[in-house]
Design a protein. Structure first.
Length: 481
């Protein structure tokens, strides 16, 4: 295969298009984590463990489909290159599956509703796999520069998360607006189908922009050896080569843990904002919208922080420690009577500041994780003698899906464990205080365990800036010889 192009060959237009494609993933995450669980569990009355289990099964399908699609695209040849035919094929099926998720037929019993959620959750995620895994694999192919990869990843995370933020703002201000009472709009089942149509159109548009906007780089990308084609044997060999990497195993574990915590946070955020803090739809839209500022700051800061402290691993460790200390503060302040009371003017600014800090830290962690996994593609190439960007970068896709897979399973199951009600019993003043307190403790201090485990893992990572420079030198010598 030819080597990856240098960072000078990547135009801002291509970076922007590649990043914009992540809006599909951002909207899927926001749709699943913020709205889908609320719809099926609290509005339609499907038990939290059943809803969470449907998401978990879909994640298990991803565990096979993500590296499989990565391997197929690694070994695919066409006039559109290795990645783009898969990317464009995702637009229509993902849009249709997303629409179906928010438009189940009326009159379904519990088992039928579970089956509907399971089938179209799998369909949505498989469709996203067809786009996201090949698109992610473009990243390390477009540049091999250690710090430029962080910039490139920042574009992608900024637009993906930005799309999710905008979706939440539009959702709370338009589709789920409260007109007479708090939580009225978000508990009305008639509001969800139109929301599903809006998201379906948005994700299809994002996929098409991400695909056509990056076509110009196809001639400069690595090309597959004409003598090699996809086979089960090559797939298993690629998986073995990739996961023989100590760095990939460490980063995958840390990414799964941190993204699961993010997923639980997002799933429970609508419940926390509604029942713990007592916010109306306008306040929830504002709370979501102000997330743009810390998102932008995180995108700017991630590369600078990794340079300032020496490498990405050190930056990751410092960010996780800060998040462990900062994350539970708002809930603990309420428990100990230090937070503003519900209905107070100062409550929203208090929660905005706390949430902004979480976004600022969490987004940088995600950016650095993805950037380090890009670096692993070269380590795997050095150790195996072959490039497996598709398989290696499928771990980014899988870890991201843990946000709405394991995150939904843990978060929605937790709602059932604490006895959170559904239907009319979930009215804003009808939920017991002890249930609301349990909700806050899970969404706040309870998530520290995930980040502590991720921190313990990442401390074992040996892929530093110096080690990456050695890898590049050895790859260059191999190519020259």
């Amino acid at each position: 295969m030819t080597s990856a192009p240098s960072d000078r060959q990547i135009s801002r237009r291509v970076k922007t298009a590649w990043g914009f494609g992540a809006v599909a993933d951002g909207c899927k995450n926001a749709g699943f984590d913020v709205f889908l669980g609320l719809y099926y569990v609290t509005v339609l009355g499907l038990p939290g463990t059943m809803s969470g289990f449907a998401m978990l099964v879909a994640l298990l399908v991803d565990a096979v489909s993500d590296p499989l699609v990565g391997s197929i695209s690694d070994n695919f040849r066409s006039k559109w290159g290795r990645r783009h035919p898969f990317m464009i094929s995702a637009a229509v099926p993902m849009a249709l599956c997303f629409f179906a998720l928010f438009s189940p037929p009326s009159g379904l019993d519990e088992g039928q509703l579970f089956a509907w959620l399971l089938f179209f959750s799998i369909g949505t995620r498989l469709s996203l796999t067809l786009y996201k895994v090949p698109a992610d694999a473009l990243g390390p192919e477009m540049t091999d520069h250690y710090d430029e990869r962080t910039t490139l990843t920042s574009f992608r995370w900024a637009m993906g998360l930005g799309g999710g933020i905008i979706l939440q703002v539009v959702g709370w201000l338009y589709f789920f607006e409260d007109r007479a009472a708090i939580a009225e709009g978000r508990l009305d089942l008639n509001n969800f189908p139109a929301f599903g149509v809006f998201v379906a159109i948005t994700v299809a548009a994002a996929i098409l922009v991400g695909t056509f906007g990056t076509r110009s780089v196809i001639p400069a990308l690595s090309q597959v050896d004409e003598t090699k084609r996809f086979s089960v044997q090559r797939f298993l060999h690629g998986m073995s080569s990739a996961f023989r990497s100590h760095s990939l195993r460490i980063l995958l574990g840390a990414a799964v843990l941190s993204q699961t915590a993010v997923g639980v946070t997002e799933v429970l955020s609508v419940y926390l904002s509604t029942w713990f803090w007592g916010f109306d739809s306008d306040q929830m839209a504002l709370l979501a919208g102000v997330g743009v500022l810390p998102l932008v700051l995180a995108v700017v800061a991630a590369r600078r922080l990794s340079i300032a402290v020496g490498d990405k691993r050190t930056a990751f460790i410092r960010l996780v420690v800060a998040l462990i200390l900062w994350g539970p503060l708002a809930v603990l302040a309420r428990v100990f009577g230090l937070a503003p009371e519900n209905g107070s003017f100062w409550l929203l600014p208090f929660v905005v500041i706390h949430t902004s800090g979480i976004i600022l830290l969490g987004v940088q962690i995600a950016i650095l994780t993805s950037s380090m996994i890009m670096d692993v593609t070269d380590e795997v190439a050095l150790e195996s003698g072959e490039r497996h960007e598709g398989i290696v970068m499928s771990t980014v896709s899988f870890a991201g899906k843990c946000t709405s897979g394991l995150g939904n399973f843990v978060g929605l199951s937790a709602l059932q464990w604490i006895g959170f009600p559904s239907g009319d019993a979930a009215a804003i003043d009808a939920v017991a205080e002890k249930t609301i307190l349990a909700l806050g403790l899970i969404a706040g201090p309870g998530l520290i365990l995930f980040y502590v485990a991720a921190l313990l893992l990442i401390r074992r990572l040996r892929l530093t800036r110096e080690r990456y420079a050695e890898i590049q030198t050895q790859l260059a010598r191999r190519s020259a010889s």
